[in-house]
Design a protein. Structure first.
Ligand SMILES: Cc1cc2nc3c(=O)[nH]c(=O)nc-3n(C[C@H](O)[C@H](O)[C@H](O)COP(=O)(O)OP(=O)(O)OC[C@H]3O[C@@H](n4cnc5c(N)ncnc54)[C@H](O)[C@@H]3O)c2cc1C
Length: 361
């Protein structure tokens, strides 16, 4: 068996690690000049989104001997709407780093890999499919799935973010649910050290927005954060991604091509979290090639949580700022608060069953 992995990101590297452990040495093709060669940003695991797995770091380590070090656990979550605020004080997940940072998840995975990585790769999928018996598509986007008519898009998103300098509690995350800042989306601040944090606003491209409108929105968000934190928050780096596709492949495996990570549909439409499922698809794709189970069957629960997450997204799109104020103001008494509490319930699934009859997916 000759396996090519296209993309040295979360799912591609995880797949390589699992294959190597089982005697298959894949070749990885990465278009950039090194692993993690992109802007540095902090990302998160939120346990409310990975349940029944409450602690993804422990889960990967105990179940798959895949070791990942986050930068910190999240022990308080500050939730703001346009006019209300609440704080959730309990362990809710982890913050980790991505990109060009020595502690980024992709760097940590690369250290656990011994497969050859061809950087600056210009190989196309077609070339790899010709030369190798199996191809793992792990490019972090939907390009090839779309070309192969194997992709169903649910929503496309604009993300605008920056790295800021300031004084942060590394264990606290801030989230703004406010349509003035992110229409039908959300904005957040995730610290990755006591001195640096990422601020990001993410919202669906539900209507075309001019650059001027986008910048005005961004400035409103930046001002809001500065006033909530009472800090000047100097910007040291910035990024903008438009038309970031959230969707799912129709078939996880076509012939000997397996779609992993975002090529599979690992990003959840509700809040755009994709790391957990990206890593799982890397593991499952390797398991299929090793003969531990079919990729199609192994990924069925991920498809189900994608559909649940999509129902939540459609539900979220029906809410306006008054609803969000109400939810945040009454958070302590609400069903959402009960669902956030640690349990073996999968809150996403429970909520989506309630919402599904009222939304079009
Ligand atoms: C700004 C932002 C914030 C996010 N925040 C969160 C978060 O907080 N929590 C969360 O869970 N998820 C988050 N996500 C989503 C998460 O990052 C992705 O779901 C996850 O990284 C997908 O993993 P992957 O393996 O599919 O792709 P990646 O990890 O992105 O890896 C893809 C790799 O393929 C390479 N590549 C691309 N094209 C080619 C090609 N043609 N040939 C060879 N190599 C190629 C790329 O250079 C890259 O190295 C965020 C995404 C963004 C953009």
């Amino acid at each position: 068996m000759k396996v090519a992995i296209m993309g040295a990101g979360l799912s591609g590297l995880t797949c390589a690690i699992m294959l190597e452990r089982n005697g298959i040495k894949p070749v990885i093709f990465e278009k950039r000049r090194c692993v993690g060669d992109r802007f540095i940003n902090s990302e998160a695991f939120l346990s409310i989104l990975t349940r029944p797995v409450a602690d993804p770091i422990q889960y990967f380590s105990d179940k798959y001997q895949l070791y990942l070090k986050p930068v910190s656990p999240i022990t308080s979550l500050h939730l703001f709407s346009n006019k209300s605020k609440t704080v959730i004080e309990q362990p809710v997940g982890f913050i980790n780093i991505r990109g060009r940072h020595r502690q980024s998840f992709e760097m940590q995975l690369a250290e656990q890999t011994s497969s050859n990585i061809h950087f600056h790769s210009k190989h196309t999928y077609e070339q790899l499919a010709n030369e190798y018996s199996h191809v793992i598509l792990a490019t972090g986007d939907a390009e090839y799935a779309i070309r192969m008519n194997n992709y169903q898009e649910s929503v496309s998103v604009t993300l605008k973010g920056a790295t800021v300098k300031g004084h942060f509690d590394r264990y606290s995350v801030y989230i703004w649910l406010d349509h003035d800042l992110a229409p039908k989306g959300y904005s957040y601040l995730l610290p990755f050290s006591e001195k640096e944090a990422n601020i990001v606003t993410a919202y669906p491209d539900w209507r075309k927005e001019s650059n001027e409108e986008m910048n005005d929105r961004w400035l409103r968000f930046y001002e809001r954060i500065r006033s909530h934190l009472n800090q000047s928050l100097k910007i040291t780096d910035q990024f903008q991604i438009t038309n970031y596709k959230i969707g799912i492949c129709k078939q996880p495996r076509i012939g000997n091509t397996l779609f992993t990570g975002n090529c599979f549909g690992s990003i959840m439409p509700f809040l755009g979290f994709g790391q957990f499922d990206a890593i799982l698809t890397g593991i499952y794709a390797a398991y299929d090639l090793i003969g531990y189970g079919s990729y199609h069957e192994l990924t069925k629960p991920l498809r189900k949580s994608y559909q649940d997450s999509l129902a939540l997204r459609r539900g979220m799109e029906l809410l306006d700022n008054h609803h969000l104020d109400f939810i945040v103001r009454n958070f302590d008494r609400s069903i959402v608060q009960k669902l956030v509490k640690p349990s073996h319930l999968n809150p996403l699934s429970v909520l989506s069953q309630v919402i599904k009859p009222f939304v079009k997916q």
